[in-house]
Design a protein around this ligand. Structure first.
Ligand code: CA
Length: 240
């Protein structure tokens, strides 16, 4: 089951935060409120949200500085950030986007507009989750029908192995660290040991079989990679 998308609201004004949270909750999101930068950081360390709504003017560290920091951190750099700002002028807009924000919304805003912006950043991020048919070196995965085949032979995969393979196939030939895989495939890695990744990679290789299993390479000291290059000789199809 897919969880409701999580939204971290970083906003020091309780009335605004409450208004946003109520609207998000009514529209199928899971809002979490942090009233300052330290609380926001604690929330991010615990659970990665799907979107961050970040107020520009915060007591202590500013929203702009937080956006820069979160963009630079490997753990948080993939999380879309929408800046909330009372300053609507051009220069601030650019500063916000330069700091790594995906979008910005000027106060006062309508909740309708806010929801539209949140949905838009989620959609932009969605292709890797929606997927479709991907084929690499004889291995095919159809995310819409949950079918995986290798040279037209149907393979049986557990749900985690399927998600893992889907991620590998849509990001092939790139090395992924265990912690990146935990973030991307499991969603939140705080309570899961990195060794869990090794266990599921082993199961995935077993499910793929001796030939396609070799496509999942262990990159020493770095992580794992799916490559189509190792499968040089596909098993011959029988003529019968
Ligand atoms: Ca504020």
């Amino acid at each position: 089951m897919r969880q409701l998308p999580g939204v971290l609201i970083v906003e020091d004004e309780p009335a605004i935060a409450e208004l946003i949270a109520v609207n998000l909750r009514h529209n199928g999101f899971r809002p979490v409120w942090a009233m300052d930068s330290a609380t926001a950081q604690c929330e991010l360390d615990a659970v990665l949200p799907d979107v961050i709504l970040l107020d520009w003017m915060l007591p202590g560290e500013s929203g702009l500085s937080l956006a820069k920091r979160w963009r630079a951190s490997p753990r948080t750099k993939g999380v879309p950030i929408i800046m909330l700002t009372a300053r609507g002028d051009e220069i601030d807009r650019v500063a916000g986007l330069d700091a790594g924000a995906d979008d910005y919304i000027a106060k006062p805003f309508s909740t309708k507009e806010l929801l539209a912006r949140v949905r838009a950043v989620l959609r932009r991020r969605a292709p890797e989750q929606v997927g479709g048919l991907v084929t690499i070196g004889g291995l095919s995965l159809d995310a819409s029908t949950y079918r995986v085949t290798f040279v037209e032979q149907l393979l049986k995969l557990g749900p985690t192995e399927f998600k893992l393979l889907n991620y590998f196939m849509t990001h092939a030939e790139r090395v992924h660290s265990r912690s990146q895989l935990l973030d991307k495939v499991w969603g939140d890695h705080v309570f899961i040991e990195e060794r869990t990744v090794d266990v599921h990679v082993k199961r995935l290789r077993e499910s793929l079989g001796p030939i396609a299993g070799q496509m999942i390479e262990t990159v020493r000291g770095a992580g794992y990679r799916l490559t189509g290059k190792v499968v040089t000789a596909l098993p011959a199809k029988s003529d019968a």
